[in-house]
Design a protein around this ligand. Structure first.
Ligand code: ADP
Ligand code: MG
Length: 328
């Protein structure tokens, strides 16, 4: 049985990217909109890591922000454990808010530089009225610091006294303080050195096992999600073009875009495979190509791909949005 924790249906986000009204009138320009996320449906199962992968600008952060409620939806629906996030009442929303958290890419920007680490980590506890006494709160903060591999004494320091990797540990401790079940991680290691990246990824995996967490893990880099993800969704210009089990996606990629991304990963196993950087540029999302938006970069595109948007094709192995892909 699939036990779905987060269910996203037909999620769409449109941004108004017009110039200010006066400029538009003078320059006789129309209003411009940008579809950052276009009809995305996916489900995240309890206890798994669902990875969302795509080049910069493909809509990953926009999806993350909509799921955690930092950004409104233009269309679609998000369910968390069976509760529709767009219409909960006040008390329900409060109870829900405690159950998920987000970790951002840049641990330098996401931690308040004027607060001591103690206060930063305890913030969700205060926000949700979770620890009544100060000593309970202090104890919890010490426990969290140790959980993420830091010392209980680090709590009295300020964020600038730590390295990037340690700051990300602090951000993780803060995210965990309200005991969430679900954590959205938006490029949590992209700002870190490679060796530090691996340590943080390992920590996140250990925490997942220990606490039974569910992750939405976002990255522009398929090689980063390789050892993290149970399932992977590939985004291109706001559309989900393929979803598959992690191992299956690497073994048997179906969408031509997924293949292109995989070919760009360095050949660490020294199999002699040729490494090819992705072909072509991402088109301007304000003026996306017709039909399948990947067609200008696609090695197997046909006339039909230029005209028509491919339907989603589902199979046991996952889903793919392509007329030409071989769908086993
Ligand atoms: N607040 C905003 N206003 C206008 N356009 C935006 C805004 N946020 C994101 N976008 C645009 O939406 C697209 C997707 O952005 P984003 O979700 O940040 O992509 P990613 O995280 O995959 O790099 C990009 O073209 C970006 O320029
Ligand atoms: Mg982003």
């Amino acid at each position: 049985m699939k036990d779905v924790l987060v269910n996203v249906e037909n999620l769409t986000r449109i941004f108004d990217v017009s110039k200010p009204w006066l400029n538009r009138v003078i320059e006789r320009e129309e209003k411009k909109t940008l579809r950052a996320v276009n009809d995305v449906s996916l489900e995240i199962r309890r206890g798994e890591t669902f990875a969302l992968v795509g080049e910069s600008g493909s809509g990953k952060s926009t999806i993350a922000k909509m799921i955690v409620g930092l950004l409104g939806l233009s269309q679609g629906k998000i369910d968390f454990d069976g509760i529709d996030l767009s219409q909960p009442d006040g008390a329900e929303m409060r109870a829900l808010r405690q159950r998920y958290q987000m970790i951002f890419q840049d641990p330098f920007a996401s931690l308040n530089p004027r607060w001591r680490v103690n206060k930063i980590i305890a913030e969700p506890l205060r926000q949700f009225d979770m620890e009544s006494s100060e000593s309970d709160r202090n104890r919890r903060v010490e426990e969290l610091l140790e959980l993420v591999g830091m010392s209980a004494k680090d709590g009295v320091k300020f964020p600038h006294e730590f390295s990037g990797g340690q700051r990300q540990r602090i951000a993780i401790a803060r995210a965990l303080s309200s005991n969430p079940e679900f954590i959205v991680c938006d490029e949590p290691t992209s700002a870190l050195d490679v060796s530090v990246q691996a340590q943080i990824l390992n920590l996140m995996r250990d925490l997942q096992d220990e606490l039974g967490l569910t992750y939405l893990f976002i990255s522009h880099d398929l090689s980063v999600v390789r050892h993290m993800a149970n399932r992977i969704g590939v985004l291109y210009l706001g559309r989900l073009v393929e979803v598959a089990d992690g191992k299956e996606l690497f073994r048997n990629p179906r969408h031509p875009y997924t293949k292109m991304l995989l070919n760009a990963i360095p050949d660490l196993d020294m199999t002699g495979r040729k490494v090819a950087p992705p072909d072509g540029e991402i088109p301007n999302p304000i003026n996306p190509p017709s039909g399948c938006t990947f067609h200008p970069r696609c090695p197997i595109a046909t006339e039909q791909c230029k005209r028509e948007i491919p339907p989603i094709r589902n199979s046991d192995a996952g889903s793919v949005v392509c007329f030409e892909a071989v769908c086993a």
